[in-house]
Design a protein around this ligand. Structure first.
Ligand code: BTN
Length: 260
């Protein structure tokens, strides 16, 4: 299958030739409901580490916190089956490592990507990439697999994604991006970061330098209500540490809004 466009073509041969350990097995779709759902199915069936599902269009793309993820033609929509050898308690590191790996890959392509906690990638304050990491646990609570979904607004119209809050690589760079090169850069970045999941401080330190959340006053909406404060650190389990009027609070989920 080949997806539209010339430089933006996602053709099977080029994807298979990448030779990445994170693309040992590849499923490429012109259109699929959600690469995340397909990769999860494959993981449950025993697909190996490095099984990659990529699609030109998703008709039922999923985002964080149960939201829909707009996935028109021109974007890079992919999910990876991972089987990292880490304790289940370290699973949250996957999402932080992924944000660092993809941010570095985008920077190599000339886009000044920054990380908004927990793992949104922004350029100039606008979202260019979303990351969704989901874990599958075995009977004894061990981490059996993780499915890492990455959606990059590559060659799409910013108006077609995330309403007014989104941007795309094409809009930022002023040119079309070669989707297979982008995929290669991303898999390269992910490979490096995922290889050091057991060294949380290394990942956290890079995360902190790439973050546009730390040092800012923020409002976080989460299931338990709204909290405001100064974002002061990233905790050992990926939590955002806020300095509030009532002391320090650690947040494990939520949507961050930066305040002036
Ligand atoms: C977010 O809400 O920011 C996370 C968005 C994750 C979207 C990606 S696109 C590829 C994969 N398939 C999905 O259905 N979702 C993820």
């Amino acid at each position: 299958m080949e997806c539209e466009g010339r430089t933006s073509r996602l053709d099977r041969e080029r994807v298979e030739r990448l030779g990445s350990p994170l693309a040992r097995r590849v499923e490429l779709y012109a259109e699929v409901s959600s690469t995340q759902e397909r990769a999860r199915e494959l993981a449950r069936e025993g697909a190996p580490h490095g099984t990659l599902v990529v699609a030109g269009v998703q008709t039922g793309g999923r985002g964080r916190l149960g939201r829909a993820w707009s996935s028109p033609a021109g974007g890079l929509w992919m999910s990876l089956v991972l089987r990292p050898e880490i304790p289940a308690t370290h699973a949250p590191r996957i999402t932080l490592a992924a944000a660092v790996g993809v941010a570095k890959a985008l920077r190599e392509m000339g886009v000044e990507a920054e990380i908004k906690w927990p793992n949104d990638l922004l350029v100039g304050g606008r979202k260019v990439c979303g990351i969704l990491a989901e874990a599958g646990f075995g009977r004894s609570g061990e981490l059996e697999f993780a499915v890492l979904g990455v959606g990059i607004n590559a060659n799409v119209d910013p108006a077609s994604v995330e309403g007014l809050g989104g941007t795309s690589l094409r809009a930022e760079l002023g040119r079309e991006v070669d989707l297979v090169r982008l995929l290669a850069a991303m898999l390269g970045g992910l490979e490096v970061e995922l290889a050091r999941l057991n060294d949380f401080e290394a990942i956290a330190s890079d995360w902190r330098s790439l973050s546009c959340t730390l040092g800012r006053r923020v409002r976080v909406r989460r299931a338990g209500g709204v909290v405001e404060g100064l974002a002061v650190d990233l905790g050992p389990d990926g939590e955002l540490v806020l300095e509030t009027g009532d002391g320090r609070v650690a947040l494990f989920e939520g949507e961050v809004e930066r305040l002036r």
